[in-house]
Write a new protein. Structure first.
Length: 331
């Protein structure tokens, strides 16, 4: 059986196995990276995979083993930084995110995963990377554990009061986790390691941060307000159709409504509110992945400069904090 190693992942190893030259019958085997169980709860990942699959938002899962998974290969291309800025494609992404967010949006909602995750990562940073005499490894230009504690307390206080709904989130929508299938004109999300109930605005803000890329990070690529408002408009329209339902759309398929722009109205206030929430929550995303980078730096065997990445994310956090703090939700 021929195999092909995909090298984009910086958490796991991913191998495609196939017999058909066009890879039409391919399946994927993902082998978890070293010590990633510190960062990812594998049982929750499996549960979320199955929930998403049941709602047509994930590929078939064939089996799980102790250190990995085997699942269906989705045809298409993994997006790059240009694709996510293309209005045609980003509308598909916005609507697909709305589909995921609309899953089980009724009944009692669990608590957002965000604070628990941030506290866990920060405590790992503190205990694992504390400057022991033999190994003074918390790098000089990383904020001190005390400073990080303070930032986290401030975020928890500020962001939890913004009124962002708690929905089922992907929580890691970087470009490469979005597969665009040209023949079917749709996108699908892959990799559910961080999936869980979280603030709607976190998932979107995290995706906007990913416009900057991973290997060569450039925050000049963060979407402008104008681009964000277009994206958020598509998202809100689809999200409202799916969660509120409206006459003439019994199926709740976001793709069905493109011919009826008047069906679901998105008010200026709603749009502006979501814009403010998203940009404030993008701070939490910088903080989370910066801590993640410090932990990966210590354990990962993958060839990637995690420390440099962590520093970049902290730098952007402190740069954007005064800017987004000044944003006001419309009264």
């Amino acid at each position: 059986v021929p195999t092909q190693l995909f090298t984009d992942g910086i958490t796991n190893k991913l191998v495609a196995c196939y017999t058909d030259e066009g890879m039409a019958d391919a399946l994927l085997v993902r082998v978890y990276g070293r010590k990633t169980e510190l960062l990812v709860d594998r049982e929750t990942e499996l549960r979320n995979f199955q929930v998403l699959r049941a709602h047509g938002c994930a590929p078939d899962l064939y089996c799980a083993f102790q250190n990995g998974l085997c699942y269906q290969f989705l045809p298409g291309i993994a997006l790059g930084p240009d694709h996510v800025r293309d209005p045609h494609i980003f509308r598909l992404v916005a609507r697909e995110m709305a589909r995921v967010h609309a899953i089980h949006a009724n009944g009692n909602l669990p608590r957002p995963i965000l604070w628990q995750k941030l506290h866990k990562y920060l405590s790992l940073v503190k205990t694992e990377l504390s400057p022991k005499v033999s190994n003074p490894r918390l790098p000089q230009d990383v904020p001190s554990p005390e400073a990080l504690e303070q930032e986290l307390a401030w975020m928890e206080e500020t962001l939890s009061q913004l009124g962002s709904p708690v929905v089922l989130c992907h929580n890691d929508l970087l470009c490469k986790n979005i597969i665009y299938d040209r023949t079917r004109e749709r996108v699908r999300f892959i990799d559910y390691e961080y999936t869980g109930y979280n603030y709607q605005a976190f998932d979107i803000g995290n995706h906007f941060n990913e416009f900057a890329g991973v290997k060569e990070v450039d925050y000049g690529l963060y979407p402008s307000k104008e681009m964000q408002l277009q994206w958020l408009h598509s998202y809100l329209q689809a999200y409202k159709e799916l969660t509120q339902g409206h006459p003439g759309d019994t199926q709740g398929h976001p793709g069905d409504t493109q011919g009826h722009p008047g069906d679901t109205q998105v008010s200026k206030e709603e749009l502006e509110t979501l814009y403010v929430q998203v940009n404030k929550f993008s701070l939490a995303s910088h903080f989370l992945w910066a801590c993640w980078g410090l932990i990966q730096h210590k354990y990962s065997t993958i060839d990637f400069n995690f420390l440099r990445y962590a520093k970049l994310r902290f730098k952007q956090y402190f740069k954007m904090k005064p800017v987004v703090t000044a944003l006001q939700v419309p009264k």
